[in-house]
Design a protein around this ligand. Structure first.
Ligand code: FE2
Length: 332
């Protein structure tokens, strides 16, 4: 097994600048979009998919400079963001005017399906968001109506089959493919109005994580686990996540002090590891990988794995697993 095939290093991320309808709209035109695991919801078929193995969820990323916007939209499945770097405003409502929360590094937000959301890097440097989108096929993005108008003004038309036609470059739609109908007032009305207070209730702040020292993984010196997304799971000795409703996947944070080790164990479902800070050494059946901030690794199902922190600062990772109630790890 080549573990490198299951690893996407931050420095090797291949961006798509033209993934979505708002790619030319002023303020959005510097957005980099990444499909790290699974096909995501990109409208551009040329977008590079790093790892195409189905996981029951998709992992993506967005990297944006200060002032760069991701336009208001909604999805057919849950969308969760972890702020890796930067300072981000998330805004709710069809025009982004219903509510706003500001997230900092390490914070997490879980957006339900029936809420229009957009986000802007309001920090001073380049920012990266790590995203989990529910299901293997998350369907298409539903854009707020004004996004269609703005795109058309800049020469882009979204078609019914999800492709983008660049009318500014003289492209013509394929025969029989009609433009995507603009989102209607009825579709807009199916969305919730979410004010700033309600937005805060779907956020878990890094400073508020409940670090547990006696879960199935955290029973070892210097290892702590924080349940973030998903219900309590007796099999893993985990209490309710801060955002405890069912997502069809779970997200936990894991913190290893310098030198800490989680010994050899197996798991029976998908396990995606995203390094927020520090460094993690992973041993899968004797093959060893060292990963660092911004890197994403998916552990082979059923494989025996050990994790340790070879560095001299804490290592914090976010772990996403398939299902609301993953099975317990089996230690050798
Ligand atoms: Fe989205």
């Amino acid at each position: 097994m080549n573990l490198e095939d299951r690893l996407v290093r931050y420095k090797n991320l291949k961006p798509c600048y033209t993934a979505f309808i708002d790619t030319r709209s002023p303020g959005s035109d510097k957005k980099e979009n990444f499909t790290v695991i699974g096909p995501g919801v990109a409208e551009n078929p040329d977008q590079h998919v790093h790892i195409s193995i189905p996981h029951g969820f998709n992992i993506g990323g967005a990297r944006q400079p200060p002032g760069c916007l991701n336009s208001q939209h909604s999805h057919l499945t849950n969308e969760v963001f972890v702020v890796h770097s930067g300072r981000w405003a998330f805004r709710s409502g069809v025009d982004g005017g219903d509510g706003e929360v500001i997230l900092e590094a390490g914070d997490v937000i879980s957006l339900p399906t029936d809420v229009f959301r957009g986000f802007e890097n309001v920090g001073e440097g380049l920012g990266y968001l790590y995203a989990v989108l529910g299901r293997d096929d998350p369907g298409r993005v539903l854009w707020a109506p004004q996004v269609f108008d703005l795109a058309q003004d800049h020469g882009l038309v979204l078609m019914e089959d999800g492709s983008l036609v660049d009318t500014a470059a003289g492209e013509k739609p394929l025969d029989g493919v009609a433009p995507m109908p603009k989102t209607t007032a009825e579709q807009v009305a199916e969305h919730q109005v979410v004010d700033s207070e309600a937005l805060e209730s779907i956020v878990v702040r890094a400073r508020d994580f409940t670090w547990l020292s006696s879960t199935a993984l955290a029973g070892f010196d210097g290892v702590q686990e924080a349940p973030l997304l998903g219900p309590a799971n007796a099999a893993e000795a985990l209490t309710d996540g801060a955002l405890s409703w069912n997502h069809e996947f779970v997200v936990r944070a894991l913190r290893l002090a310098p030198g800490a080790l989680i010994p050899a164990h197996r798991r029976e479902e998908e396990e995606v590891i995203f390094v927020q800070q520090g460094s993690l050494q992973i041993d899968v059946g004797g093959e060893v990988l060292d990963i660092g901030p911004g890197d994403t690794f998916t552990t082979p199902i059923g494989a025996t794995r050990t994790f340790n922190n070879p560095g001299d600062v804490d290592c914090t990772v976010y772990v996403t697993r398939r299902n609301d109630l993953p099975q317990a790890p089996e230690f050798s």
